[in-house]
Design a protein around this ligand. Structure first.
Ligand SMILES: [Zn+2]
Ligand SMILES: [Zn+2]
Length: 342
């Protein structure tokens, strides 16, 4: 089988390697599609070399078909269509013991800390496997992981139907957060500075603001009768985004920090006192978020077709990463990893 190894310096090498037989508690999956995540792009550009090294198969936003199961595995069988929740927790630290294994002190992320899904056969722990209906297109299955991120973010916000929601940043995750929040009854407005992304958000039926052209807080207040947004998702990873998140929030508003900021931002702490704001962290997802995401895709609640910008063969993985770098128009690029999709 073929595997794409990241070998440093914006380079992938496609190599033929042996598929790994599953251990007793493992499942072997033929990878159909694997999406390119923002994290994968960071890895490609060398920002994660210290963590992943120069001989690593990355990729985790995948869908595929079970090809073999270990002797202790009972809940999936050969031929099942599946997605993988790419987390490996230690099971012993205080976070794991408290039931929060997705924020395990020793969390390993499959596809960064171990080899990932840009390979035709991927062998993973059985407890990371989620079945998807065979009726779901495998292309859409590759979106389940980023949709699960959005489900987790929205669940952390305790969003109620009818609440006003501001999503700051309209990249792929911001767009999915907006879709999940809308599905749960939120009145969603997306703030974004790229005209192409704004046009895409409008196509999806969202109200939008370009804070470069209009004052974001004034506009939010106009739209909410001076109340502000009940829930704010900071997905921009920028200092202006962090300023907007506190300025545009309603009294007792909940702010969810989704973005991974490259530098420590300055946060207006005064607003937390004046308006009893809440700031909530959100990291990856839990099993329930994967199940919710699978349900949403199954029900057609997410416009998967619009989210997929392009699909390329594994042999074109470098071109796919190059095309995504600094291209605001792109949402999700998928790599077709299997030679043929069954
Ligand atoms: Zn991802
Ligand atoms: Zn742990």
């Amino acid at each position: 089988m073929k595997a794409a190894f990241y070998t440093g310096d914006k380079t992938f090498e496609i190599r033929s390697v042996e598929a790994q037989a599953p251990a007793a508690d493992e499942v072997q999956v033929q990878v159909a599609y694997c999406g390119v995540c923002g994290t994968d792009l960071h890895a490609y550009h060398g920002s994660m070399d210290a963590r992943i090294g120069h001989n690593r198969v990355i990729g985790h936003e995948m869908s595929g078909t079970v090809t073999a199961i270990g002797s202790d595995v009972g809940d999936v069988k050969e031929g099942d269509h599946v997605v993988i929740r790419p987390l490996k927790a230690c099971g012993e630290c205080p976070a794991c013991k408290a039931g929060h294994s997705h924020i395990c002190h020793n969390l390993k992320f499959l596809g960064l800390d171990t080899d990932g899904a840009f390979q035709q056969s991927w062998t993973v722990p059985a407890n990371t496997v989620h079945k998807i209906p065979s009726s779901m297109p495998l292309k859409y299955g590759a979106l389940v992981e980023p949709i699960a991120v959005a489900c987790h973010d929205v669940r952390r916000s305790r969003l109620q139907a009818g609440e006003d929601v501001l999503v700051i940043g309209g990249g792929p995750i911001g767009m999915l957060v907006a879709m999940v929040a809308r599905k749960q009854g939120g009145n969603v407005i997306i703030s974004e500075v790229s005209e192409q992304r704004l046009a895409f958000a409008q196509q999806l039926g969202f109200e939008t603001i370009n804070p470069l052209n209009e004052d974001l807080v004034t506009t939010i207040n106009q739209k909410t009768w001076d109340k502000g947004a009940d829930v704010v998702f900071e997905v921009s990873g920028s200092q202006p985004g962090v300023e907007a998140m506190t300025a545009a929030a309603a009294v007792r508003g909940r702010i969810v920090m989704v973005a991974i900021h490259p530098n420590k931002p300055q946060v207006d702490m005064f607003q937390f006192f004046w308006r009893e704001l809440e700031l909530l962290g959100a990291r990856v997802y839990e099993g329930q978020d994967f199940e919710d995401a699978i349900q949403m895709v199954t029900n057609g609640d997410i416009d998967c077709e619009s989210m997929i910008t392009d699909v390329r063969a594994l042999s074109e993985i470098t071109q796919a990463f190059e095309a995504l770098s600094g291209n605001p128009q792109a949402m999700k690029s998928l790599i077709q990893v299997a030679d043929e999709i069954q």
